[in-house]
Ligand binder design. Structure first.
Ligand code: NDP
Length: 393
C-alpha cells in the first residue's frame, strides 16, 4: 500500500508494478483520489487500486489498511504524516517504510528522535519500520554501509555530495515539495566533528567540487537528516558533512523569498483568512511534477569517504548519476522523484522478501547493503566506485 500520489509516489507505483512477482496487488492512496487514478491510468495495470485518504486521520487510515490488508505501507506523502502513519501501522499490525524523517508542521526542525521513540512499540508487536529509504537519506546511507563493509576497517571522514545539474527552464522552481524543500535549504547548516554538532550560518561554507560527467559546481554545506543516523551507526566517523549544489540564480531567488517573508511558516492574517506564507508560495510556484517534460541533464549524488584499511589510509567515492530525461521517459517524472522512488521500492522489496526483516525501527544502513546495491544496478540507478582518488575535501 502506497500513501502519497506526488512525484515520488508516482515512481514507487511504476516501479512496484514492474516487479509483478514481488508486489502482486498495489493500493495507491492519497488525499486526492484523482491523482492516484491518473497514475493508475498512466501505468495501465489493473492490479493497482486507488483510494482517497487523509493520513492524519488515524482511525480512517487504520480502516483502509484493514480493508486492503497489505504486507507493507510505503509512506511517500509528506514528513508531517510520519507519526500518524506509524500509529496506524501499529494499530493495524503492518510494517512501515518512509523516505523522510518526521517534521512537525509548526516548526522547521527534523530529527529522528520522534520516530526512534517507536522502537519498543514496533518490537513488541513484531513489526518493522524502515526509515529513510529514498536517495538521501537512503542510497547515501546504503553507500556508506557498503563502503564500510567492503573497503574500510574504519571510516573517519564522510562527505555526502548532492549535485543536481539539470535544467528545467524556469527561473526558480523546487524539485520536490516546495514547502519541504525550502524549509530544508534555508535552515542553518550543521555538521558532525569530533563527537559534536557544529552549527553554521545558512550556506556559510562553499566549495567547488567536480562531479563525474558534469564538471565543477558550487557546493554548499547544509544539514541533512542522514548525518544523524550515520554518525550513530558508524561511531568511528570523526567528521560527517553534507554538500548540495545551488546555482547563483537559485540562491538569489531564495534570498529574496526569505527577505520578503515568503518562506515563513507562521500564519498571517490576509483578508480575514489565516494563511501560511510558504504554503501560499507553493501554490504559485511551478508544480514539481510539471518540470519533468522539459528537464534536461543529470543528478549526481554520492559519498566521498576517507578512512583506514589494513592500517593504511584510503579514500573511496561511490556515486550514482541519473538522467532527468531517462527518468521522465520511463515514469513521466524527473530524476529527483525517480531517485527517491526507486530506492523506496527497493527497500520495500527487501522487506517483503524477508531479506531485511527484524522487529523494531531501523535506518537503512543497519542492514546488509549488498542485496540493495544489486537492486540499484538492476532497477535504473547504477552506481560506480572509485578508490584511492583525490576527494577534494
Ligand atoms: P509531493 O508534494 O509531490 O507529493 C506529496 C503527496 O502526498 C501529494 O500527492 C499529497 O496529496 C499527499 N499528501 C499530503 N498530505 C497528505 C495527507 N495528510 N494524507 C494523504 N496524502 C497526503 O511530494 P514528493 O512526491 O516530491 O515527496 C514525497 C516525500 O518524499 C516527501 O516526504 C519528501 O520529503 C520525500 N523525499 C525524500 C527524498 C529522499 O531522497 N529521501 C527526496 C525527495 C523527496 P495532495 O496532492 O492531494 O495534497
Amino acid at each position: 500500500m502506497i500513501i502519497g500520489a506526488g512525484g515520488v509516489g508516482r515512481v514507487v507505483a511504476y516501479k512496484c508494478a514492474q516487479q509483478k512477482e514481488v508486489f502482486s496487488d498495489i493500493l495507491l492512496a492519497s488525499r486526492t483520489k484523482e491523482k492516484c487514478d491518473e497514475i493508475k491510468d498512466a501505468i495501465g495495470d489493473d492490479r493497482i487500486s486507488t483510494a482517497a485518504i487523509d493520513a492524519m486521520d488515524v482511525p480512517a487510515l487504520v480502516a483502509l489498511i484493514r480493508s486492503f490488508q497489505p504486507d507493507l505501507v510505503i509512506h511517500v506523502a509528506l514528513p508531517y504524516q510520519d507519526l500518524a502513519i506509524m500509529d496506524a501501522c501499529l494499530e493495524a499490525g503492518v510494517d512501515y517504510l518512509d523516505t523522510a524523517n518526521y517534521e512537525p508542521e509548526d516548526e522547521a526542525k527534523f530529527e529522528y528522535k520522534w520516530q526512534w521513540a517507536y522502537q519498543d512499540r514496533f518490537k513488541e508487536k513484531g513489526l518493522m519500520a524502515l526509515l529513510g529509504s529514498g536517495f538521501d537519506p537512503g542510497v547515501t546511507s546504503v553507500f556508506t554501509a557498503y563502503a564500510a563493509k567492503h573497503y574500510f576497517d574504519e571510516i573517519h571522514y564522510l562527505d555526502i555530495v548532492d549535485c543536481n545539474a539539470g535544467d528545467h527552464g524556469h527561473p526558480f522552481a523546487t524539485n520536490f515539495n516546495p514547502e519541504i524543500n525550502i524549509r530544508e535549504v534555508t535552515q542553518k547548516g550543521k555538521y558532525w566533528e569530533n563527537g559534536e554538532w557544529v552549527e553554521t550560518e545558512p550556506h556559510q561554507f562553499k566549495k567547488k567540487l567536480h562531479y563525474p560527467e558534469i564538471g565543477v559546481k558550487d557546493s554548499y554545506l547544509i544539514y541533512h537528516e542522514e548525518l544523524e543516523s550515520l554518525v550513530k551507526n558508524f561511531p568511528t566517523i570523526k567528521r560527517a558533512r553534507f554538500w548540495m549544489t545551488f546555482s547563483e540564480e537559485y540562491l538569489t531567488h531564495l534570498r529574496v523569498i526569505q527577505n520578503i517573508g515568503m518562506a515563513n511558516i507562521d500564519p498571517v492574517e490576509f483578508e480575514g483568512k489565516q494563511i501560511v506564507p510558504i504554503q501560499f508560495l507553493k501554490a504559485v510556484l511551478p508544480d514539481p511534477k510539471s518540470l519533468g517534460a522539459n528537464y534536461k541533464g543529470w543528478t549526481s549524488i554520492g559519498c566521498r569517504i576517507r578512512g583506514i584499511k589494513d592500517g593504511k589510509e584510503r579514500t573511496c567515492y561511490i556515486y550514482n548519476n541519473a538522467s532527468h530525461e531517462a527518468a521522465y521517459a520511463e515514469t513521466g517524472t524527473q530524476a529527483v522523484s525517480y531517485t527517491t522512488g526507486v530506492p523506496a521500492m527497493i527497500g520495500a522489496k527487501m522487506m517483503v522478501t524477508d531479506q531485511w526483516k527484524k522487529p523494531g525501527v531501523y535506518n537503512v544502513e543497519e542492514f546488509n547493503p549488498d542485496p540493495f546495491m544489486d537492486e540499484l544496478n538492476k532497477c535504473g540507478l547504477p552506481w560506480k566506485v572509485e578508490l584511492d582518488i583525490d576527494l577534494e575535501l
